[in-house]
Design a protein around this ligand. Structure first.
Ligand code: P6P
Length: 335
């Protein structure tokens, strides 16, 4: 029987990578793993219990909130509250950030951002959805409540990031800046077990991923690149759940695009809750992530919690090629 390495064992073993860490980050990652198991349990039986359908309100970004969105949000908040390692959270489902009360004398060093259930519009039709998370070191003094500035940090300041994919199997993928590892939940023992070690994204892939329905609303340079993908015989794969699309690209290669449109001139996806954490993971696996202004996503300054971003993320050769098309075909800047 091959050696099983659980998420907890792996995290503890890798703690030596952080000589100055005194275990808080380790504890935080383990608590996120617990929250993922709790959410997974409800996602997997969503068709049987009254947790499908829409709640009676919209979130800050104007998305209709699904009941399972709210459940996942509550469970993540509860787990992080009890961890004692986190002084505040910012959720894509909440308008503002939430300072957490200390549960011991030990000051907590980290804040956590998350999208509790990305792609949740797919829940009622049994399409994969996911949780996205990112962890920052707090900037504010440990003898006061966390501040919004603790969250408005560039993606380069992330100390850890990852996602949970509730799909055909439930997988937790994360990085702490030393590579990317994937853990698959074994329901028979209730543990996330190491299934894919040190993931490296292929330099190129056979799929591009974009909402083709918006094609005529994209800028000309983006349409030229999408035409090129089609001319090269690439397949189109678009699930409508960013975590699912990125997970496929991480393993098979490819590129995911969410450019600006007239409806979303700054893009639709959130920089803090979706783009930064997933860009950190993809870069750590050898991929690239830029916006349609060709800035590295992780370098983009963030000024508000729900700031949106355009994104092109995936195999390095494909992102470079998209960049070349934008440089070649974008309208010259007015003098
Ligand atoms: P559209 C889900 O709502 C989400 O935030 C991402 O998970 C997904 O990639 C995108 O929006 C889908 O957006 O406009 O193509 O339906």
């Amino acid at each position: 029987m091959s050696m099983i390495t659980t998420l907890d064992e792996f995290i503890i073993r890798r703690q030596k990578d952080f000589p100055y860490a005194s275990g808080e980050l380790t504890g935080l990652l383990r608590d996120i793993g617990v929250a993922a198991k709790i959410v997974n349990r409800e996602v997997n039986k969503a068709g049987l219990v009254n947790i499908l359908g829409v709640a009676d309100h919209q979130n800050t970004s104007g998305d209709t909130v699904q009941k399972l969105d709210m459940y996942a949000n509550e469970k993540l908040i509860d787990c992080l509250k009890n961890s004692g390692e986190c002084c505040g959270i910012a959720s894509e489902e909440n308008e503002s950030f939430m300072p957490l009360e200390a549960i011991s004398e030990k000051p907590s060093k980290y804040v956590v951002v998350f999208d509790p259930l990305d792609g949740s519009s797919n829940i009622d039709v049994n399409v994969s959805v996911g949780t996205i998370f990112g962890i920052y070191r707090r900037l504010s003094s440990t003898d006061e409540e966390c501040q919004v500035t603790d969250f408005l940090q560039k993606g380069t300041e992330l100390v850890a990031a990852g996602y949970v994919l509730y799909g055909t199997s439930t997988m937790l993928v994360y990085t702490t800046g030393r590579g990317v590892n994937c853990f698959t939940l074994d329901p028979s023992i209730g543990e996330f077990c190491l299934s894919h070690k040190d993931i490296k994204i292929p330099n190129h892939g056979q799929h591009y991923s974009v909402n083709q329905g918006y094609y005529l609303k994209f800028d000309v340079e983006m349409r030229r690149y999408i035409d090129h993908c089609s001319d090269m015989g690439l397949g189109l794969r678009y699930i409508g759940s960013m975590v699912s699309d990125i997970h496929r690209i991480l393993f098979q290669g490819g590129i995911f695009l969410y450019p600006n449109t007239r409806a979303n001139p700054k893009g639709k996806l959130r920089l803090l809750y979706e783009c930064n954490p997933l860009s950190f993971v993809v870069e750590q696996a050898g991929g690239k992530a830029i916006n349609t202004q060709l800035d590295r996503i992780l370098d983009v300054e963030i000024h508000e919690l729900h700031q949106k971003a355009t994104i092109a993320i995936g195999s390095p050769d494909m992102v470079d090629e998209m960049k070349a098309f934008v440089e070649k075909y974008s309208a010259p800047m007015a003098p």
